[in-house]
Design a protein around this ligand. Structure first.
Ligand SMILES: [Cu+2]
Length: 215
């Protein structure tokens, strides 16, 4: 199948630039109550942090920024671990065609269930500490990962057919090696939804795109 990504790879852009940006949250961030642990307290503790909105000094983490119409990273391997009855990392991106490796660092049973919309992409019981499993990420979209044993556990895995990045604790992200051109960027957050921005990557040098959610 001919895709934009494969065409880009064949043509080989003469030059490419990085897109840098920052994601901000405007206004006071909601103070989230800890998640109550309702079972397996020996391994999971009494409460866990709610990671669904991470704002530090106005910078918003865990926003996934994607771009269409340019080649992304080659498929590789991404890892989702379970540590203290949390998924680690909470949000990540993967190139289309990558393999997801799932680990269980806990000594309790987890049931790792990946949903793309209403359809199950993988559903893997992981009973033992250091159990390993894998799944192929062969469809684009946001996979919500839940644990069928522990209802508070959530992670998000964004499978992208193009450049993609996640904002860090400082709100910063970088999309690397984007060929010159005009693009639409999409920024997605699990609670705050989507925003788009136009960006032009010049023939020489880097481009900038900033997002603001909330307020
Ligand atoms: Cu679990």
């Amino acid at each position: 199948m001919v895709t934009l990504a494969s065409l880009g790879a064949v043509a080989g852009p003469a030059v490419a630039g990085d897109i840098h940006g920052t994601v901000r949250f405007n206004g006071p961030a909601e103070r989230l109550a800890p998640l109550t642990v309702t079972k397996d307290n020996g391994a999971c503790g009494a409460a866990l942090p709610d990671e669904s909105l991470l704002v530090v000094s106005g910078d918003l983490a865990n926003v996934v920024v994607t771009l269409l119409g340019a080649p992304g990273a080659a498929p590789g391997k991404v890892t989702l671990d379970q540590q203290g009855c949390r998924f680690v990392p909470h949000v990540q991106v993967a190139a289309l065609g990558s393999t997801l490796e799932i680990l269980n660092s806990d000594a309790v049973l987890h049931g790792v269930h990946g949903w793309l919309g209403r359809s199950t992409r993988f559903n893997i019981p992981m009973p033992a500490k250091a159990a390993r499993a894998s799944a192929k990420l062969d469809r684009v979209g946001v996979i919500q990962v839940r644990c069928d044993v522990h209802g508070w556990m959530r992670a998000y895995l964004v499978v992208a057919d193009g450049p993609a990045a996640v904002s860090g604790p400082d709100g910063a992200f970088t999309l690397r090696d984007v060929p010159p051109g005009r693009y639409t960027l999409t920024a997605w957050h699990e609670r705050l939804g989507e925003k788009t921005a136009q960006v032009t990557v010049p023939a020489q040098g880097a481009a900038r795109a900033d997002f603001t959610f909330g307020g």
